[in-house]
Design a protein around this ligand. Structure first.
Ligand SMILES: C[S@@+](CC[C@H](N)C(=O)[O-])C[C@H]1O[C@@H](n2cnc3c(N)ncnc32)[C@H](O)[C@@H]1O
Length: 278
């Protein structure tokens, strides 16, 4: 199924719906172990606060953030660019088109919460890691966290069911999923085959608390679904999208709400890896 290139992201929507994403990063950032002279390439950098945090630690190094969202790159350039922190609009399924990325000059290639989107297309999937390998110096490291096997399974199941109820075939509903959530076996084999030595590859079930609901509907479970599920919704005609969203939200809220205090926790599963270019 063809998906559009429409830019669904904006810094404001992201902050309201999932501002916790660039903040819940202490483990992957500890694995990144930024050194003052590091040259770090951040793949799928979003609107840039985490990239800027890395650049502050790489004070005499260089950090380049790449992202395919024009809106996010504009915000990042406005709010987080500095002498050693730059941003560039780049589809990271085509890193070979960005000579400064794949020049073998980077100490570290980093990515947080972006690869499950970038790896969506099976045809370009392995190439993303081949290009990350090319980007690195010999001995350099790829360090990342992404959604792993079973990530937000309740959301995935609810969207699939709602799309089928809206008239799609099972196959069409499956193809509407914008994510690829691999497990450690797939990841370890893929990275090893390319020429990495995999130092860590771990899967963690990490339920994650949603932002509170807010008046304009951009927070809470609904805000999360509207932003992160935008690509699922593109699979149905515009007039049906609000009804699909309402159905998904009703199902997901039934599953994720905690009785004791009404807080809502999505079933995040994180895949983290550290791999060294031999
Ligand atoms: C959940 S955000 C994570 C952003 C940031 N790394 C963070 O930690 O906040 C996912 C990001 O992946 C980016 N993305 C998705 N597909 C991409 C692609 N093909 N190339 C580059 N970036 C992509 C999106 O634009 C978005 O900024």
């Amino acid at each position: 199924m063809a998906t559009s290139n429409k830019d669904h992201w904006s810094a404001e929507k992201y902050q309201n719906a999932a501002g916790f994403v660039p903040k819940l990063t202490s483990t992957v950032v500890s694995y990144l172990d930024v050194q003052p002279t590091d040259r770090v390439l951040d793949i799928g950098c979003g609107d840039g606060p985490l990239t800027a945090q890395i650049a502050a630690a790489a004070s005499s190094g260089q950090v380049l953030g790449l992202d395919a969202s024009p809106s996010f790159i504009q915000s990042a350039q406005k709010n987080h660019a500095s002498k050693n922190c730059t941003f560039k609009l780049q589809d990271c399924t085509k890193l070979q088109d960005c000579p400064e990325a794949v020049d073998g000059s980077w100490d570290k290639v980093f990515s947080n919460a972006a690869l499950h989107w970038i790896l969506r297309n099976p045809e370009t999937r392995v190439g993303v890691f081949e290009n990350a390998h090319k980007a690195l110096k010999k001995g350099g490291r790829l360090i990342f966290e992404q959604g792993g096997a079973g990530n937000v399974a309740e959301v995935h199941a609810a969207f699939t069911a709602a799309l089928i109820h809206a008239g799609l075939s099972v196959q069409q509903a499956r193809e509407a999923c914008p994510w690829f959530f691999p497990g450690p076996d797939w990841m370890t084999k893929t990275l090893t085959d390319i020429g990495f030595e995999v130092e860590k590859c771990e899967l963690e079930y990490r339920p994650t608390k949603c932002n509170p609901d807010n008046a304009d509907g951009s927070g809470g479970v609904m805000g999360w679904l509207r932003l992160m599920g935008a690509k699922f919704l593109e699979a149905v005609e515009e007039g049906k999208r609000e009804a699909v969203l309402r159905e998904v939200s009703d199902i997901v809220e039934s599953i994720v709400t905690r009785e004791e205090d009404g807080s809502k926790w999505l079933g995040y599963t994180r895949l983290r890896a550290v791999a060294r270019k031999k």
